[in-house]
Each structure stands twice: as structure tokens, then as C-alpha cells.
Design a protein around this ligand. Structure first.
Ligand SMILES: [Zn+2]
Length: 206
């Protein structure tokens, strides 16, 4: 009988992954929870269970949730995420925005996180203790409205890497950001361009 160690050894190793926060926008970071080289609907949905949405909120440094996320809550969050994604992509492709998606984002944006309170010393700010799922989704929806309607609305871009589907807001002064991140996307593109140039040089010499 195989011992536990060898069984573990034979088990397929899950590829290590982490949530991506490269978009310079809370709302677009949320859309990046569908990852991988292929676009939706074939991308890998990282929010495969409610606990992972909890983890995303935590990594996004949002206020802690009062209750664990339910399956229904997860579906609600994903529905908002896809509405935000579709509106963002419609801007890239200059296609018509769905009124349902706009209403969905506006409706979610109505729930806001409780504001900061002034501490008893009159100088410190006290953040809200805990938030509901709707309140956190409201923060994401309001960020989407800020991005879609604000000065950077024409600076929403898709990462230039063909292997990366991340959308980001180009807040660079020159407005010429091409990658969600230099590492790995920009570096891989530089390496590909180098290999291509080298191959062309070799062929010229033959
Ligand atoms: Zn990228």
C-alpha cells in the first residue's frame, strides 16, 4: 500500500496563483478575479467559492465583513463584477452600453460603507467596525462610476500581453502605459520582441 507521502507526491500539484491588483482601480481589480490567458467566459474564475471572495475583500484592504459570504452573496458579487466588466469593455470597443448593466452598477452603488467617525480625542478617525456585503459591493460600484465617468474614462486599457486579460486605468502622465505590470507582462513582451529580432537577423544572415 502506498504511504501518504508517495500519494501526496503523485497528486497533481495545483498551480500557485494569487489575486491580481494591477488595475489602479478597485472596480477593475475586481474584474481581474477572472484570470488566465483566455478571455471570458473561458477565463479561470478565481472566486470559485464564497471564502475566496472574503479573501479578496481582505487583500483589497476593504473593511471586514460582519458575516461570512454565502453562495447567494457570491453570485450577487459576480453579477456586479460582470456588469462592470461589460461596461469597461464596451468603452474599449466603443460599443453600446447595456442599460441593465448601468442600472445594476447604479443600484449597487446606493449601499455605502458607514463613514469614518471622529474619535473622542477630537483628532483621530475611527473606521467602521464591520460592513455588510452590499456595502462593500457599493464601494466597488462607486469606484466603477468614478472610473467610467471621470477624467480617466478614456484611459481604460487591456493589458498589451496576449496572455493577459487584465484591464487597467492608465494614470501615467504620458498616457502610454501598455502593460498591467512590467513583471511579468512587459518583461515577457520585451523577451518575445528580442527573440523575434534575433530570429530575423539569423534568417538575414543565412
Ligand atoms: Zn498583463
Amino acid at each position: 500500500m502506498a504511504d501518504e507521502t508517495s500519494a501526496k507526491h503523485r497528486a497533481p500539484r495545483r498551480r500557485d496563483w494569487r489575486f491580481l491588483f494591477r488595475s489602479d482601480s478597485l472596480a477593475l481589480n475586481f474584474t481581474a478575479t477572472v484570470a488566465g490567458p483566455r478571455p471570458r467566459p473561458d477565463g479561470k474564475d478565481r472566486l470559485s467559492e464564497p471564502a475566496l471572495l472574503d479573501r479578496w475583500f481582505c487583500e483589497a484592504q476593504l473593511p471586514p465583513l460582519a458575516h461570512e459570504v454565502s453562495e447567494r452573496g457570491l453570485e450577487k458579487a459576480k453579477a456586479l463584477r460582470e456588469s462592470i466588466f461589460r461596461v469597461a469593455v464596451s468603452g474599449l470597443k466603443t460599443t453600446t452600453v447595456s442599460p441593465d448593466d448601468v442600472e445594476h452598477i447604479n443600484s449597487a452603488a446606493r449601499a455605502g460603507v458607514a463613514p469614518l467617525r471622529l474619535g473622542p480625542d477630537g483628532q483621530s478617525a475611527i473606521p467602521p467596525d464591520e460592513s455588510t456585503l452590499d456595502e462593500l459591493l457599493g464601494l466597488i460600484a462607486r469606484d466603477a462610476i468614478d472610473v467610467f465617468s471621470g477624467p480617466y474614462r478614456d484611459r481604460i486599457r487591456k493589458c498589451g500581453s496576449p496572455k493577459c486579460q487584465v484591464l487597467f486605468v492608465d494614470r501615467s502622465r504620458a498616457g502610454n502605459r501598455r502593460w498591467c505590470a512590467m513583471s511579468p507582462c512587459g518583461d515577457q513582451a520585451s523577451a518575445r520582441a528580442y527573440r523575434k529580432r534575433k530570429k530575423a537577423t539569423v534568417q538575414e544572415q543565412l
